[in-house]
Design a protein around this ligand. Structure first.
Ligand code: UTP
Length: 314
């Protein structure tokens, strides 16, 4: 079957309009900060990580976002709600700038939530979206992965998925010693001209967290996916895998084996895993340096501070 025939077969051609943000994980890599505060609400300068992610989805034309939350995570939902008392106080003070900033999260998209009773894995978390998404394709954005808003990837992923009707992944290139932290793909060249300007590859297989000598490539799956509705049935058929969790990678592997087309786009912009202290700090420093209001002073201080270390290593 050609891609076009397959796209017709899968009744595609339409860009996904809904996104799912799984955010029910335990966040053990950032304890104790995340004991009572969800990692998705840690601030990158003055906005929680999660707001950047919803902004990324909204900028890609997604107007409907389902947050998968868990125990102790309801404050995430509050962030996207109106705050009438706070808003009226800011209005009285004539603080229009902060008023707009406070209202903005509630204006980005329609936000829906559901709870994953127990954190049994990313695949398990995504399965909760089935009734909300229906049989349509949808995007998945991990709630702790920050991508540079000046180099967006999601629009090209949505375009590609509308063409193929299959699975679309996001890849970064990693060093050999890093493959054990990621899902790694085996790939071959994709049909030419699928999405203009994007580095697209065809995915032939996926391996979860291989050692360097067993990794089929240096392309690591990162936290943006566009998936067909049939993923839900595949998740139902997926047995617990790595970490005894129901892995999304394993469910995608089932679909791959059954001939569902899978492609990936190689991302070369900046991306941080804010679910651990180093990635989080990098995101904060980058954003602070780029801000028009804070940037000049912060960059000067940072340069002096780092210079003060003068090559000392500790
Ligand atoms: P992670 O692998 O980062 O797991 O999940 P985690 O539990 O959040 O964090 P660590 O590894 O213990 O520090 C990737 C994404 O999938 C979500 C997480 O919230 C995160 O956004 N997730 C993971 C769920 O929603 N439910 C799960 O059962 C597992």
């Amino acid at each position: 079957m050609t891609l076009d025939e397959d796209a017709n077969h899968a009744n595609t051609g339409r860009r996904a309009v809904k996104a799912v943000i799984p955010a029910a994980g335990l966040a053990t890599r950032f304890l104790p900060a995340t004991k009572a505060v969800p990692k998705e609400l840690l601030p990158v300068v003055d906005r929680p990580v999660l707001q950047y992610i919803v902004e990324e989805a909204a900028a890609a034309g997604i107007s409907d976002v389902l947050l998968i939350t868990g125990r102790g995570k309801t404050s995430m939902v509050d962030h996207f709600d109106r705050q009438p008392y706070l808003e009226s106080r800011l209005e009285e003070k004539g603080d229009t700038e902060r008023l707009a900033a406070v209202r903005r999260p509630s204006e980005l998209a329609e936000i829906y939530t559901c709870r994953q009773g127990e954190p049994l894995g990313l695949g398990h978390a995504v399965s909760y979206a089935e009734s909300h998404v229906g049989g349509e394709s949808f995007a998945v954005l991990l709630g702790d992965e920050f991508m540079d808003e000046t180099a967006p990837l999601l629009p090209a992923m949505l375009d590609l998925q509308a063409k193929t009707g299959g699975i679309v992944l996001a890849f970064i290139e990693v060093k050999p010693e890093e493959t054990k932290r990621y899902g790694i793909a085996s790939v071959e060249p994709a049909e030419a001209g699928l999405v203009e300007g994007a580095e697209v590859v065809k995915v032939t297989g996926l391996v979860e967290k291989p050692k360097a000598d067993q990794a089929p490539s240096n392309l690591a799956v990162v936290g943006r996916y566009v998936l067909p509705g049939k993923i839900f049935d595949a998740i139902r058929r997926t047995k617990p895998g790595s970490g005894n969790e129901i892995q999304l990678t394993d469910a995608m592997g089932l679909l791959l084996d059954e001939g569902v087309p899978a492609h990936g786009i190689i991302y070369r912009g900046l991306r941080y895993d804010t679910g651990m202290p180093l990635g989080y700090l990098q995101a904060v420093v980058q954003l602070a340096c780029q801000r028009d209001d804070l940037g000049p002073e912060f960059r000067q201080w940072l340069g002096e501070f780092v210079g003060g270390f003068g090559g000392r290593s500790g």
